[in-house]
Design a protein around this ligand. Structure first.
Ligand SMILES: [Zn+2]
Ligand SMILES: [Zn+2]
Length: 173
């Protein structure tokens, strides 16, 4: 998706607001593909500070993650923000003369600003490093592989805690 900034560029000092409902993704995270079955809501405030356009955006949508412990899919509500500065190629010099650090800005040409990469990056940054369906997910049984959140198995009762195993040996002497 892109925003046509031709009007914004003619209005120094002013702010503009945009709302989108977009079909986003899939977004690649490592080996996983994040999918959004429904549209993602994206809002962007753009302020023309003179030579630089400052974007403040928010992204909200629903996706599905895979729990790293029990390997089950679980719903995840995504809600994140981004800030990004854009400078037109022809304004770089003028912005630098104003004392602005253009190295930290995205440079664009023409009047279209693409947002796809920014949206994907913001989504990737907001996904937790450790994916858990719940903090106390019991995971899979190391013995039989059954999902211990929804099932019970006999493995655990048969398995001897290694610390108890030492005691057992002690008494067997
Ligand atoms: Zn889980
Ligand atoms: Zn088991």
């Amino acid at each position: 998706m892109f925003i046509d900034v031709s009007e914004i560029r003619k209005a120094p000092g002013q702010s503009f607001h945009y709302d989108f409902s977009e079909n986003v993704g899939p977004v690649e995270i490592g080996n996983e593909e994040l999918r959004f079955d429904n549209d993602v809501n994206i809002s962007v405030d753009i302020k023309n500070t003179g030579k630089v356009l400052v974007f403040n955006g928010s992204i909200e949508g629903d996706t599905v993650l895979t729990c790293s412990r029990c390997l089950e899919a679980y719903p995840y509500h995504l809600n994140t923000n981004f800030e990004e500065k854009f400078v037109h190629a022809s304004d770089i010099h003028a912005a630098q003369e104003e004392g602005q650090n253009t190295d930290e800005m995205q440079v664009f040409e023409g009047n279209r600003i693409e947002l796809d990469d920014i949206i994907s990056e913001s989504i990737i940054l907001t996904i937790p490093m450790k994916l858990l369906c719940s903090e106390d997910c019991k995971g899979l049984c190391p013995g039989c592989g059954i999902n211990l959140n929804t099932n019970e198995c006999d493995c655990q009762t048969d398995e001897i805690d290694p610390r108890l195993g030492v005691l057992k040996k002690f008494f067997e002497r």
